[in-house]
Design a protein around this ligand. Structure first.
Ligand SMILES: NC(=O)c1ccc[n+]([C@@H]2O[C@H](COP(=O)([O-])OP(=O)(O)OC[C@H]3O[C@@H](n4cnc5c(N)ncnc54)[C@H](OP(=O)(O)O)[C@@H]3O)[C@@H](O)[C@H]2O)c1
Length: 256
């Protein structure tokens, strides 16, 4: 059978936060589309489970423990990816944290710093390490940043997290301009509410859940797999003319 139009054959992708949730769904989708996938998160156990699932589906993956708040661990991650698969073509910045839920005025410095360290610096440092490698090879590449609708609207009680997502959207646009001539595309995805551990504080709260669903066109919270198809398109050559965009995928939560 001929190759489907959207595929990642001959590509190597790093996906951060790949041990569960949206990152796992993206990693498994990429592997099914033909990519060799490097799976990163802090805990190796969860990654090895995902690696096993990918291998059972006939794909190839490498699990690497990496705290994306650490520049040294990020550089080691990229080096291990290159050592194993020879190159990196695609990066999905997806690992994020949200340690504080409450009014912005009351946030502690430590929670602020942690959120910016992982969600902003982590995305930037990982991008920089991969882009340096792409430039050294004079090769094209695609960066996919998982942002959030939180970065585009007021988000009471999640204000610091929302600021980091706004920063990711800003980073996406500027890097797209700066890297376009080098044939490196940078796009972002802004999911709404997705049923993962990360969102459990919201999805397990009946009042918040009902409020979100009442404003949502589709009246359904997303599954992680609902986000993966868009991430596949943005990584593939089928979106070769697209860069600097932030694509909302929220079941029509913010459309109205
Ligand atoms: N769920 C939603 O409703 C929603 C909505 C909009 C945007 N998002 C975004 O989607 C992305 C993924 O979230 P999710 O909902 O899929 O969350 P999740 O299911 O909780 O998964 C989070 C992943 O990130 C990893 N991780 C967390 N901190 C890390 C760190 N410091 N270094 C490396 N890996 C780390 C976790 O693994 P370890 O514990 O092993 O590190 C895990 O693999 C995030 O960027 C989030 O902001 C989610």
């Amino acid at each position: 059978m001929s190759q489907p139009i959207i595929h990642l054959e001959n590509k190597v992708a790093i996906v951060t936060g790949a041990s569960r949730g949206i990152g796992e769904a993206i990693a498994r989708t990429y592997a099914k589309a033909g990519a060799k996938v490097v799976l990163a998160s802090r805990k190796l156990d969860g990654l090895l489970e995902v690696q096993k699932k990918i291998e059972a589906d006939g794909g190839e993956a490498l699990a690497v423990a990496c705290h994306t708040g650490s520049k040294e661990q990020i550089e080691a991650l990229v080096a291990q990816a290159i050592a194993r698969f020879g190159k990196v073509d695609v990066l999905v910045n997806n690992a994020a944290t949200n340690p504080y839920f409450g009014p912005m005025m009351l946030v502690e410095d430590v929670a602020w710093d942690k959120t910016f360290e992982v969600n902003v610096k982590g995305y930037f440092y990982t991008t920089r390490a991969v882009v340096k490698h792409l430039m050294d090879r004079n090769a094209p590449g695609a960066i996919v940043n998982v942002a959030s609708v939180a970065g585009q609207m007021a988000m009471p009680l999640q204000g610091v997290y929302a600021m980091t997502k706004a920063a990711v959207i800003s980073m996406t646009k500027t890097l797209a301009m700066e890297l376009g001539s080098a044939n490196v595309r940078v796009n972002a995805i802004a999911p709404g509410l997705v049923d993962t551990k990360f969102a459990s504080a919201l999805t397990s709260n009946d009042e918040i859940k009902a409020m979100v669903l009442s404003r949502m066109a589709t009246k359904q919270i997303a599954e992680p797999g609902d986000i993966a198809g868009l991430a596949l398109l943005l990584a593939s050559d089928q979106s070769r003319y697209m860069t600097g965009e932030c694509v909302v995928i929220d079941g029509g939560w913010t459309v109205g």
